[in-house]
Design a protein around this ligand. Structure first.
Ligand SMILES: C[S@@+](CC[C@H](N)C(=O)[O-])C[C@H]1O[C@@H](n2cnc3c(N)ncnc32)[C@H](O)[C@@H]1O
Length: 234
């Protein structure tokens, strides 16, 4: 069972950008949570791992960060370059070593909504830890596993690859891993979890989409976001 190396988002990168720019889940759940966990970034170097079309990178650069972005999808990288001329972006499969980045060379790593597409997540997380400065932090977000499990049922504790067609016709393959596994993988890769958020939409989002707002304020069907720091003992 594997997700494999195919750049799945290449086929719908432009549609993803249209959707994620203002989409409820991205704009009102994940981006605010990651922003909160990243904290002040002025003057910091941030690696945006699986940067997509550069929506986070744009915000980071606006807030004074130097951004290095990487994504497996060439079209995503093109969109990110266009959106964020001040960033440095490259096509890169995170399953491969970040051999173009020295040890301890970045202050923050943002890894938003992509860990579920990687087969060997511990290897990826170890590599992210390698490039982080000892006083740095990783901010990772993922689909909330409870939401995935509510949709798919079966054994919650049994990791498996899900194949799904999302509402816009996007065909995706991703890992459904229990929460414990994500925590254990971070531990194995040498991280200490500092904070874990189950983001709910802010009050001002109630007028944007009242039904979604009501559902996401009571159900864990959105995302979760974690801030982890390199374990100095590891
Ligand atoms: C849901 S999108 C998230 C994009 C961006 N982080 C955001 O939240 O706007 C998932 C992204 O992960 C990228 N991705 C998936 N597998 C990858 C891999 N092995 N290496 C690098 N990027 C990958 C996809 O190309 C896509 O851009």
């Amino acid at each position: 069972m594997s997700v494999g190396p195919e750049p799945q988002y290449e086929a719908f990168a432009d549609e993803f950008l249209d959707h994620a720019r203002d989409g409820f889940y991205n704009a009102h759940l994940d981006r605010p949570a990651c922003r909160d966990l990243l904290g002040e970034v002025d003057g910091l170097t941030v690696l945006d791992a699986a940067c997509g079309p550069g929506l986070y990178a744009a915000d980071l650069v606006e807030r004074g960060a130097r951004v290095i972005g990487a994504d497996i999808s060439p079209r995503m990288v093109e969109l990110a370059r266009r959106r964020v001329p001040g960033g440095e972006f490259r096509v890169h499969d995170l399953a491969r070593p970040l051999d173009w980045l020295p040890d301890a060379s970045v202050d923050r790593v943002l890894f938003a909504l992509a860990v579920e597409y990687l087969d060997d997540r511990v290897a990826v997380l170890r590599e992210l830890r390698r490039v982080l400065r000892p006083e740095g932090a990783l901010v990772l977000s993922r689909q909330h596993p409870f939401g995935d499990w509510l949709r798919h049922g079966g054994n919650y504790f049994e990791p498996r690859v899900i194949e799904e067609v999302w509402s816009r016709g996007w065909r995706v393959r991703y890992w459904l891993n229990p929460l414990e596994q994500t925590c254990e993988e971070l531990h194995e890769a040498g991280f200490l979890i500092e904070r874990l958020l189950e983001p709910r939409p802010p009050a001002e989002a109630a007028t944007v989409d009242p039904d979604r707002y009501a559902r996401l304020t009571r159900e864990p069907t959105g995302f979760l976001a974690i801030r982890a720091v390199p374990d100095p003992r590891a």
